[in-house]
Design a protein around this ligand. Structure first.
Ligand SMILES: Nc1nc2c(ncn2[C@@H]2O[C@H](COP(=O)(O)OP(=O)(O)OP(=O)(O)O)[C@@H](O)[C@H]2O)c(=O)[nH]1
Ligand SMILES: [Mg+2]
Length: 396
């Protein structure tokens, strides 16, 4: 598991303490800070920063004092911390998909109980169960076709083998989607900054909430994060984002309602460069007067980003609300045409019994699910792990 966001290399940091002083290069003086456009920057409240400073520092045995990256901990302490965190996340993820699991396993039990062999009627019922879990018609038909081939080749002879085959097929679909044009922080050289993430999707799916969660996690791992409020269509959009920015202590660039979003993005990119920000997360509008406006706006923003930073936006995440199921999938297709989406954030997985939509998304949109939203709170975002998802659905 390890870091949530992995751009910083896992290399050892060399302090070169046992080299003669003259061999150590002089640390260059930091460049004078360039002031970003004052009126648009909302800094985290002073008290937040002061509180952090005043916290008692625990006794450490490292020159790093307390460190967000855990540099003050021994290897064993770090491993123990990581294992505990992994367990906690796994438990929370299982709770989030509990409704889907219960509904799926209840229906599978009804289909399997009292049967001794696999026949056409059983396969038809199985098809219904998978479609009911929102796995989608084309994806379900594909899974059943693979299963039928296995039966014909005598590779699947009993109900246990059948269950295992379905589970394996779901995992294969999710893992195959991970290999499709995944953009992630690990593929962009560290020298290119800021790493630009654009968050797109229709209104109400959870874009702003996801940005808050991402900003918090990426910052907590020692990165300098800036948020760009480019949803200038709704007056409340910027305010909602400002609440998240304040909550997470991440600065925000915003302008008044109606400003060209590409202009806000331009300012944000300039500010990010001036401040030396490592990551810029961009909120975008979910609705405009009409769909073609929205798509044209996204295209313009992408052009501006590419002009200012090499390869930007480096990642375009499409947020899909799991509760809207197949409808959400249809909306997503509209975005795929223009937005150059590189991955999916599947939100509100905790609010549905039809979490099978994850498989439909992976198969039908041919895109990896990078993150899953499992609640409304700031730490309710997990890196989506196909194995963990499939295991959680099948109760192991
Ligand atoms: N249960 C649950 N609720 C979520 C999750 N993510 C977002 N929400 C809720 O969904 C609602 C909409 O979230 P927003 O982040 O405002 O959605 P948005 O896409 O920014 O919406 P617009 O700005 O209107 O386009 C809020 O009430 C969030 O608390 C999640 O993972 N689980
Ligand atoms: Mg929003």
């Amino acid at each position: 598991m390890g870091l949530f966001w992995r751009r910083k290399k896992d290399d050892f940091v060399s302090l070169r303490l046992n080299e003669p002083a003259e061999a150590r290069p002089e640390t260059p003086a930091p460049p004078p800070p360039v002031e970003p456009p004052r009126e648009t920057v909302v800094e985290p409240p002073r008290e937040t920063r002061e509180t952090v400073k005043e916290e008692p520092v625990p006794p450490t045995r490292s020159p790093f004092q307390s460190s967000v990256l855990g540099l003050n901990l021994s290897m064993e302490e770090l491993q123990a911390q990581e294992a505990a965190l992994e367990q906690e996340i796994s438990a929370r993820f299982r709770r989030a998909v509990a409704a889907t699991r219960d509904s799926l396993s209840e229906k599978l039990d009804t289909v399997f109980t009292g049967r001794k062999q696999i026949d056409e009627e059983l396969l038809d019922q199985l098809e219904e169960v998978l479609i009911a879990a929102d796995i989608g018609v084309p994806t379900t038909l594909g899974i059943l076709e693979t299963v039928r081939r296995g039966i014909a080749r005598k590779q699947i002879n009993d109900l246990d083998a059948l269950k295992l085959a379905i589970k394996t097929e779901l995992l294969n679909i999710l893992q195959a989607s991970e290999r499709q044009g995944v953009a992630s922080e690990t593929t962009v050289p560290e020298g290119i900054a800021p790493y630009v993430m654009m968050i797109v999707g229709v209104n109400g799916v959870g874009k702003t909430t996801t940005i808050g969660k991402l900003a918090q996690r990426i910052k907590a791992e020692g990165n300098d994060v800036l948020i760009c409020a480019a949803d200038t269509f709704r007056a409340a959009a910027s305010d909602q984002l400002a609440i998240w920015a304040e909550r997470t202590g991440v600065p925000l660039i915003q302008q008044k309602q109606g400003t060209d979003p590409a202009a806000v993005l331009f300012d944000s990119l300039k500010a990010a460069k001036a401040r030396g920000s490592e990551v810029l997360i961009v909120d975008t509008a979910g609705r405009l007067h009409n769909k073609s406006n929205l798509m044209a706006e996204l295209e313009k923003m992408k052009r501006v980003a590419a002009r200012e930073v090499d390869g930007a936006p480096h990642e375009t995440l499409l947020v899909v609300d799991a509760v809207t199921g197949q409808n959400g999938l249809e909306q997503a297709r509209q975005f795929l045409k223009v937005a150059g989406v590189t991955g999916i954030v599947l939100t509100k997985l905790d609010g549905t019994a039809k979490g099978g939509i994850a498989v439909a998304i992976a198969k039908e949109l041919n895109l990896p699910i990078r993150y899953a939203g499992i609640g409304e709170k700031v730490d309710d975002l997990v890196v989506f792990d196909p194995q963990q998802y499939v295991n959680s659905l099948f109760g192991n």
